[in-house]
Design a protein around this ligand. Sequence first.
Ligand code: ADP
Length: 406
Amino acid sequence: MTATATRVLVLNSGSSSLKYQLLDMHDGARLAAGLVERIGEETSRLAHTPLATGGDTRETEGPIADHTTALKAVAAELAADGLGLDSPQLAAIGHRVVHGGLQFTEPTVIDDAVLTEIERLVPVAPLHNPANITGIRTARALRPDLPQVAVFDTAFHTTMPEYAARYAIDVATADAHRIRRYGFHGTSHAYVSRRTAALLGKDPSEVNVIVLHLGNGASASAVAGGRCVDTSMGLTPLEGLVMGTRSGDIDPAVTFHLKRVAGMSEDEVDELLNKKSGLIGLCGDNDMREIRRRIDAGGEDGARAQLAFDIYIHRLKKYLGAYTAVLGRVDAVAFTAGVGENAAPVRAAALAGLEQLGMAVDEDRNAVRSDEPRLISPEGSRVAVAVVPTDEELEIAQQTYALVSA
Ligand code: ADP
């Protein structure tokens, strides 16, 4: 790496998508961002925004067969802006990797051995790790000389104590199959808990924070003095809160029942709980904006949307209560991600009636729309309630750069 190499390309590879951002860690500036969707289909689409020049988003449609072709197309777009992958200013590529198991507790420079370990985790993350691995292989092939860093979604949660991470099932079976609670969205929980401490003018080690990451996927975490002590997602991202399309917590016997009584196959149950449950299963919509619109419109349809909303809120309240008990003292509750950052009615409803826990929302503050971290609790509240926009790409870029520039 040359002294002038301060740029980091962040890659987030999904099964049929590739999201990317190019950041300059010299000043944190975002130089370019984009997304390739529907990889492997006839109707693939690449949308590239040259943020450095303030230019318009360029969209290209047409078949992109695989991740290698996708990354080459992204590289061409970046090169057209003078930001190509061959630039000496590029310091590293940071990859989001969903599952790092127990072994990856920190961002890690990728070599063959690391890649093999990530592959060994595929059985516990069959939907996510293969796509991340493809992204890594592709990027390494394009720039074999460049440091590539894996930043794991699970890493922040590896500090959970054993009694929070273990399921109460037969230990030998659990250990043989690596069944335990790993937690996800860790990059976001790490970033938001730290940013919340900064908002309070404190060091992360001084504060206890409950982070509510409410996007299409949703998870809560209890963070004590900067370390995660509990989180709502488990072996997979299915456990915990009610999500856009996932059930969250459920009696595991429901799955036996679906198989034995409803005659569903393993794959059908998997699909039901991951894709056809949560808000979409309850009311047919997984977008909180649409759900609020239906509630406001009233009638029978509004009542159905209201029930979905109420179930979503009830689960959130249960986690707020549980994590208050886990932490003993809560200094802040932080809302983040699509719903948490934008849906004021969700924030108000989740904290309604929790005054005994020192938690409340100021109506006027809650109504303010902003991209900045902000407090929405009334002046003098025992617990600070905050809206803190997450920035997983910046966190990945910072962790990557810290590692390669050390
Ligand atoms: P993910 O990264 O998990 O796909 P996001 O964090 O982008 O999801 O959140 C997406 C969700 O955020 C949408 O499904 C929608 O429910 C919600 N959302 C986005 N904007 C708004 C808004 N203005 N008001 C309410 N909800 C919103």
